[in-house]
Write a protein that binds this ligand. Structure first.
Ligand SMILES: C[S@@+](CC[C@H](N)C(=O)[O-])C[C@H]1O[C@@H](n2cnc3c(N)ncnc32)[C@H](O)[C@@H]1O
Length: 258
């Protein structure tokens, strides 16, 4: 199957991530909430797969506060992976980085990771749903998939011509690289989780309204910046998916009615 993801390659992302997103306080409140929630549910993050890992800062920030058995990062951008390789000496746990599109990379074992992350990754590229589906395959039964995403009470969008964010600029001040700026309708996203195979058992979420990023070109005036933790059911479990959601109520109620 051919994929049409953007093959990010500029040094802009590596420059942005150099010395950033590698400390606890560099992460958003919704992300920190998710990290502490997992620690409270499981004590350890176990074997971690970070999809769109950048320079591996998440692994560094997490291991300062929480227990991890190992950290593996995948990123499509060779320049950030070069930076991540340089960061390897800062880790006190087994660590591995690979460059490639998560939809094309070979050799990762399905159902082998206790915690899989997509922080600003799936909704930054074109094949968002396929990336989400692939991340889910790598989660162990009983393990967690943590995803940050932008939710709306109105229609979602995955159209880089209408909703995008320049992320690197050339010498003449023109965008050298442009990221997709994907938004999901909240109800559509929860339905997608309900249809996951293998099935989910629990969903935990935290999000809040805010304006889109200043550099984004997008039709939205406000978005719910959200992080969801989706737990994979144990084999044979049949009970309904339970949800603990800490979202603005209008995100849920407005998105629930057409
Ligand atoms: C906004 S950065 C976020 C980096 C890091 N996750 C963080 O939250 O600090 C998005 C990263 O995802 C990577 N990425 C985008 N699409 C990808 C894909 N299909 N496979 C692997 N990495 C991808 C980009 O190259 C970029 O480094």
């Amino acid at each position: 199957m051919s994929h049409i993801n953007i093959n990010y390659s500029s040094g802009g992302i590596a420059r942005w991530l150099d010395g950033f997103r590698d400390k606890w306080d560099d992460f958003y409140p919704s992300e920190r909430w998710a990290f502490d929630k997992i620690a409270s549910l499981n004590n350890t993050f176990g074997k971690v797969l970070d999809v769109g890992c950048g320079m591996g800062g998440l692994g560094l920030a997490l291991s300062i506060r929480h227990a991890l058995k190992g950290y593996q990062g995948i990123d499509i951008n060779a320049q950030v992976i070069a930076g991540a390789q340089k960061n390897k000496g800062r880790f006190k746990i087994p660590v591995k980085f690979q460059c490639g599109d998560i939809l094309k990379i070979r050799g990762l074992k399905k159902g082998a990771y206790d915690t899989v992350f997509s922080l600003s990754c799936a909704d930054w590229n074109i094949e968002t749903k396929a990336i989400i589906g692939r991340c889910w395959q790598y989660v162990k039964p009983g393990g967690f998939f943590v995803i940050s995403l932008r939710l709306s009470d109105g229609p979602g969008i995955n159209n880089i011509k209408k909703s995008f964010q320049p992320i690197a600029w050339d010498a003449r001040g023109k965008p050298a690289e442009v990221a997709n700026y994907v938004v999901f309708n909240a109800r559509e996203f929860f339905r997608m989780i309900e249809a996951f195979k293998p099935r989910a058992s629990h969903v935990y979420g935290y999000g809040y309204w805010g304006p889109p990023s200043r550099t984004a070109v997008t039709p939205y005036k406000k978005l719910a910046f959200s992080v969801l933790i989706i737990q994979k059911a144990a084999p044979g479990a049949k009970e309904a998916i339970s949800a603990q959601l800490n979202f603005p109520l209008d995100l849920i109620t407005e998105a629930a009615y057409d």
